[in-house]
Design a protein around this ligand. Structure first.
Ligand code: FE2
Length: 273
């Protein structure tokens, strides 16, 4: 038995679809209620759907009773503030798990490489059902920012960079691909992230929107990439050494989660380890 996965995501693990006309909408995300769900000072989250409808962002498996990242319950306080964002999540007609807006403060390319991680989307997900992936709707116009995607965290040659202008829509198997956002702007980036069950409904949503994988981001100088990679690896090594010095094993899980404390998911990732 295995999971139902969508062939459209087989080759690359992600797909970009037509952009949404974000300019026509009010900035609902400015009014949402955010919670401090982070381990560094760089992110906040505003949940639209949580495990049981509370204004919190914990993994669904950390609740009583625990559940997989499906059947999210709408958080009425934030749904009332953001009806358009809620409608956009409902547009998939798929089973939705976690659904929230992330606020990410500016960072560097080296920060983003350091933050690369995979999500734990399918914990407790019964085999034979749909594999859980995530949709990213960029809300702010961050045309110079990119979502880094790598098959191999340590190999820049496997990297794809997806530009994030307002309205960008990307579906990513974030349990397969290492990912993090490089956001060099001077204001926070906001993005709606929704956990979705793979199935005919999600497939149809993508097929209706000219799916492709041509990210078309500007090339980076090889020396710039190498420098940032080295900086990120040095930071990982320093953190591993610091944890080891405290007598803790830095390699719980696959090691990646434990070291990704500053990533776009903050503490969520720590709790995934
Ligand atoms: Fe993630």
């Amino acid at each position: 038995m295995s999971y139902l996965k969508l062939p459209i995501l087989n080759d690359t693990g992600f797909v970009i679809v037509d952009s949404y006309d974000q300019s026509a909408d009010p900035r609902e995300w400015d009014e949402l209620i955010y919670v401090d769900w982070k381990s560094s000072g760089d992110t906040r989250f505003a949940p639209l759907a949580s495990a049981y409808g509370d204004l919190e962002c914990d993994g669904f498996w950390n609740h009583t009773p625990p559940k997989t990242d499906k059947d999210g319950v709408w958080v009425k306080e934030n749904v009332a503030i953001a009806p358009i964002l809620t409608e956009r999540a409902l547009e998939f007609n798929a089973n939705i798990g976690r659904c929230r807006v992330i606020e990410l403060q500016p960072n560097t390319y080296a920060d983003a490489i350091y933050n690369l991680h995979r999500d734990d989307n399918n914990r407790l997900n019964p085999e034979g059902t749909g594999w859980i992936v995530r949709a990213f709707f960029n809300l702010t116009d961050d045309a110079d920012s990119v979502m880094l995607l790598r098959e191999d965290k340590d190999d820049p040659a496997t990297e794809t960079r997806v530009p994030l202008p307002a309205g960008a829509q990307v579906v990513i198997d974030t349990q397969r691909l290492y990912h993090a956002v490089w956001h060099p702007g001077d204001k926070p980036r906001y993005c709606l992230i929704t956990s979705l069950e793979s199935g005919p409904e999600l497939d149809q949503w993508m097929q209706d929107r000219h799916p492709h994988t041509d990210a078309n981001a500007p090339a980076l100088e090889a020396s710039f990439i190498a420098g940032a990679q080295a900086e990120a690896e040095a930071k990982r090594a320093a953190r591993a050494a610091a944890i080891a010095a405290q007598g803790k094993d830095p390699r719980f899980g696959d090691g990646t989660m434990a070291l990704a404390e500053n990533d776009e998911y903050g503490q969520e990732v720590m709790s995934e380890a």
